[in-house]
Design a binder for this molecule. Structure first.
Ligand SMILES: [Cu+2]
Length: 173
């Protein structure tokens, strides 16, 4: 039972009790003190009813908000050792990040292509030159490369894109 209904029932019982007393006892409410007491109790009950109504409303609002949050789809967290880059969604020849940093080991670079042009992700440096698949808008291009400490470049190998500015620095510590 919600607190609001409990308070409402309490107030209803109080009113019923007053009516019964009033009908049975002609001297009811029994002087000024009795009248004040009844007024005070009625006041408290009404206040409790209003307060619980407000609290119940706030709680329901919170519950709804929590449910709405739970339903929001969350982006899957990247695999450990995966770095994510995104292509400029406006179609400019650039990545949204131009610097990446990681530690040595086998790492995956993942490009989400939200641009109206096909793109890919490639990594070059330290004897490595790996190019991921070229994907249209909505696609994901991935490369997995063993990285040693040093400087690498990540870029898009689609003709003219790297030259147009689609490259960035990858520092491996
Ligand atoms: Cu590109």
């Amino acid at each position: 039972m919600s607190p609001f209904f409990f308070a409402a029932i309490l107030a209803a019982l109080w009113a019923l009790g007053l009516t019964v007393l009033g009908l049975r006892n002609s001297r009811f409410p029994g002087g000024e003190g009795g009248a004040r007491l009844i007024a005070a109790v009625s006041f408290v009950l009404a206040g409790a009813g209003i307060a619980t109504a407000v609290i119940t409303g706030v709680e329901e609002e919170r519950k709804k908000e929590a449910e709405a949050r739970a339903e929001e789809p969350e982006a899957a967290p990247p695999e450990p050792g995966t770095m994510r880059v995104a292509a400029d969604p406006q179609g400019q020849l650039r990545f949204e990040r131009e610097r990446l940093e990681t530690t040595a080991g086998t790492r995956t670079l993942e490009l989400t292509n939200s641009a109206p042009l096909p793109h890919n992700i490639a990594v070059a440096g330290q004897g490595v030159d790996v190019v991921g698949p070229t994907v249209p808008r909505g696609g994901t291009s991935r490369v997995t490369v063993p990285l040693r400490p040093g400087r690498y470049t990540f870029y898009c190998s689609v003709l003219g894109h790297r030259e147009g500015g689609m490259e960035g620095a990858l520092a491996v510590r």
